[in-house]
Design a binder for this molecule. Structure first.
Ligand SMILES: *[C@@H]1O[C@H](CO)[C@@H](O)[C@H](O)[C@H]1NC(C)=O
Ligand SMILES: *[C@@H]1O[C@H](CO)[C@@H](O)[C@H](O)[C@H]1NC(C)=O
Ligand SMILES: *[C@@H]1O[C@H](CO)[C@@H](O)[C@H](O)[C@H]1NC(C)=O
Length: 518
C-alpha cells in the first residue's frame, strides 16, 4: 500500500518542505483532513467500554461499506471484492489487495462462525460465497506476476476493483496472499461444514465443497490451487506485506506455515493423502525456517532476514496473530503469548514511544522502560506518511495499535486458560516492563498459578495495558467513528487513506479478543 508515484511524491515533498519553513510546525494534516478534525465534539465522558460498544457497530458497518455486493462505497466493484479504502486519490487505495481482502474476510468468517443462524450471518454467507467466486476468477486472471498455468499469477498482490488486472509497476510478487486466502477459505469451509452437519455426506455437499477443494481438479478448486502455490513457492523471495522489500519475511513465512499445516489437515479430510504428506513436509521445513527469524543478539524477532532495518515491525504482531493455528493439534510457533513475540512487542513499543510526539507524555511514572499503550506505527525506519514520503518519519497506524491490544488480550486469555504463567529469562524483560508500576515483581525461571498474587496481577495488567492501546485508538478516532490508515504523530488527527478496511477489521478483532477475557 505504500508504493508511491514518484512525481506526486516530488510535488508533495516540495509542498511539505514549504509548509515547514516557519516553526512551530503547522501540520499539513490540518489542511488535508478537515473532515476528520472534529474530535472536540466527541462526548468526552464516554468510558472505554461504552465507546467500544458503539464503535464496534460503527466499525462493522463501515467495514461492510467497503465490501461488494451491498457496500455503499463499492457500487461499481465486482461482487465479492473487498477494497482497501474508498479513497480514489491522495492516495488511491480503490483496489482489492489479495492480502488485505483475505484478512478482512477472515474477520467476516469469524463473525459468521460465531452464530451461523443469525441474520448477519446470512448476509455474510452471501458475501463469502461471492468472495470465493471472485477470488477464483482472480486466480485465473493473467497478470503481471504470471498466469494460472504455472501458478505464478497467484503471487499478484492487487487487482482493480472490477476484477481486472492491475498493470502498473508494483512490488510483486507477494507470496503471503495465497496463504492468507487459503486460511480464510479453509476457516469458512470448516464453519460452513459445522453449521450444515448433513452436507458433508450428501451429494449436494459435493457441489458446495468441490469448487473449494477437489483433489482431482486442482485447477478448479480455489483452496487447492493456493495450497499448491504456497507449497511450491514459499522458498522463493517476495515483497513484504508493506510492499517495499524483496526478501524473506516473518509475516509471509508464518502465514505460509499455518496454511500448510491446515492444508495438510484439509487434504486428509478430502482423502488426498499424497497432498497431505507434501503439505506436511513443507510445513515442517517452514517451521524450521520461521525459527530463523529470532535474533538472539538483538533479543527480538526480525521481520525480514538479511535486512539493514532493525527488524522491529508491526508485521511481527500481525504475523503472530494471523499465523496462530486454529487447531490445538498444531503447536503454535511464536504465538501472540510467546516470550519471543512479547519481548518483540516491548522493543517495538519502546521505539515508537519516543519516535512520535503524541506518545511523549507517559501515562504513569516516568519509566521509559514501562510497557504502556502508545500509538504504534509499522516500523522504525518508516517514511510513508499516508500520502507521500516524509523523511522525518512515519506515523502511528490504527491497525498496528489495535494489534498490540489484541496480542495482550490473547496473552491474558492464554494465562487464564492454562493457569500457567512461566517466566523464562527470555520473557522476563516483558513481564518486568509490564509490572513496572506494581510492587509485585515477577521472577525469572518461576512458574506462577492461580494461587499466586503475581499470576492475577499480571492478567489484570495485560488487560489494562491492552485497554491503554484501545484508549489511544479512541482518542484519535474522529467524531463519526471513522478510522483511516494513520494518525498524525504530532497533531493526532487522522491521516492517510480514509475508512481503511483493515483498520476496522483489526479493531474488531481486538474487541473480540477483549470480550473473551471480560
Ligand atoms: C465436515 O464435518 C464432518 C462431520 O459432520 C466431518 O467428518 C468432516 O471431516 C468435516 N470436513 C472438514 C473438511 O472439516
Ligand atoms: C524450493 O523447494 C523446491 C522443492 O522442495 C526445490 O526443488 C527448489 O530447489 C527450492 N528452491 C530454492 C530457491 O531453494
Ligand atoms: C507451564 O508452562 C511451561 C512453559 O510453557 C511448561 O514448561 C510447564 O510444563 C507448564 N506447567 C504446567 C504445570 O503445565
Amino acid at each position: 500500500m505504500a508504493l508511491l508515484i514518484p512525481f506526486v511524491l516530488a510535488a508533495y515533498v516540495l509542498l511539505y518542505a514549504f509548509a515547514f519553513t516557519i516553526p512551530p510546525l503547522p501540520p499539513i494534516s490540518n489542511f488535508l483532513s478537515v473532515g476528520h478534525a472534529q474530535q472536540a465534539q466527541k462526548p468526552l465522558q464516554d468510558t472505554l467500554d461504552a465507546w467500544l460498544e458503539r464503535e464496534e457497530r460503527i466499525a462493522l458497518d463501515k467495514l461492510l461499506a467497503n465490501v461488494a455486493p451491498g457496500g455503499r462505497n463499492v457500487k461499481d466493484a465486482a461482487p465479492g471484492s473487498v477494497i482497501a479504502s474508498p479513497s480514489r486519490e491522495h492516495p488511491n487505495y480503490f483496489y482489492q489487495w489479495v492480502r488485505d481482502a483475505a484478512i478482512t474476510t477472515s474477520t467476516l468468517v469469524d463473525l459468521y462462525a460465531e452464530d451461523a443462524s443469525s441474520s448477519l450471518s446470512s448476509q455474510l454467507s452471501a458475501i463469502l460465497n461471492d468472495y470465493s467466486n471472485l477470488q477464483s476468477a482472480l486466480q485465473h486472471t493473467n497478470n503481471p506476476s504470471g498466469t494460472f498455468g504455472d501458478l505464478s499469477g497467484l503471487g499478484e498482490p492487487k487487482f482493480e476493483a472490477d476484477g481486472s488486472p492491475f498493470v502498473g509497476s508494483w512490488g510483486r510478487p507477494q507470496r503471503d496472499g495465497p496463504a492468507l486466502r487459503a486460511i480464510t477459505l479453509m476457516a469458512y469451509l470448516r464453519a460452513y461444514n459445522t453449521s450444515h452437519p448433513s452436507l458433508w455426506a450428501s451429494d449436494s455437499g459435493e457441489d458446495w465443497f468441490k469448487p473449494l477443494y477437489d483433489p482431482s481438479l486442482p485447477a478448479h478448486s480455489i483452496i487447492k490451487a493456493d495450497l499448491e502455490y504456497v507449497s511450491h513457492f514459499w522458498n522463493q523471495s517476495s515483497f513484504d506485506l508493506w510492499e517495499e522489500v524483496d526478501g524473506f519475511h516473518f509475516f509471509t513465512a508464518i502465514v505460509q506455515l499455518r496454511a500448510m499445516r491446515e492444508g495438510a489437515d484439509l487434504a486428509l479430510a478430502f482423502e488426498d493423502g499424497g497432498a497431505a504428506d507434501w503439505y506436511s513436509q513443507q510445513a515442517q521445513r517452514l517451521e524450521r525456517f520461521v525459527h530463523g527469524f529470532w535474533d538472539e543478539r538483538k533479543g527480538h524477532l526480525v521481520e525480514t532476514l538479511f535486512s539493514s532495518r532493525t527488524g522491529l515491525d508491526c508485521g511481527l504482531l500481525l504475523g503472530s496473530l494471523h499465523g496462530y493455528p486454529s487447531a490445538s493439534s498444531h503447536t503454535p510457533v511464536y504465538a501472540p503469548y510467546s516470550d519471543e513475540l512479547l519481548v518483540s512487542l516491548l522493543a517495538l513499543v519502546q521505539d515508537q514511544r519516543t519516535r512520535f510526539p503524541i506518545n511523549a507524555a507517559p501515562s504513569s511514572e516516568e519509566d521509559d522502560n514501562a510497557m504502556e499503550g502508545v500509538g504504534l506505527g509499522r516500523y522504525p525506519e518508516d517514511v510513508y506518511d499516508g500520502y507521500g514520503t516524509d523523511k522525518r518519519g512515519g506515523n502511528p497506524w490504527f491497525l498496528c495499535t489495535a494489534s498490540a491490544a489484541q496480542v495482550l488480550y490473547i496473552t491474558a486469555e492464554h494465562l487464564v486458560t492454562t493457569s500457567n504463567l512461566t517466566i523464562s529469562s527470555t520473557g522476563l524483560p516483558f513481564y518486568e516492563a509490564l509490572m513496572s508500576s506494581s510492587s509485585l515483581e515477577p521472577q525469572s525461571d518461576t512458574t506462577y498459578g492461580p494461587s499466586d498474587a503475581v499470576f492475577h496481577s499480571v492478567i489484570e495488567r495485560l488487560k489494562s495495558a491492552g485497554d491503554e492501546f484501545m484508549e489511544v485508538i479512541k482518542t484519535h478516532t474522529d467524531a463519526e467513528g471513522s478510522l483511516s490508515e494513520q494518525f498524525d504523530r504530532v497533531t493526532g488527527y487522522e491521516r492517510g487513506a480514509k475508512d481503511l478496511t483493515w483498520s476496522y477489521g483489526a479493531f474488531l478483532q481486538a474487541v473480540r479478543a477483549r470480550k473473551r477475557i471480560l
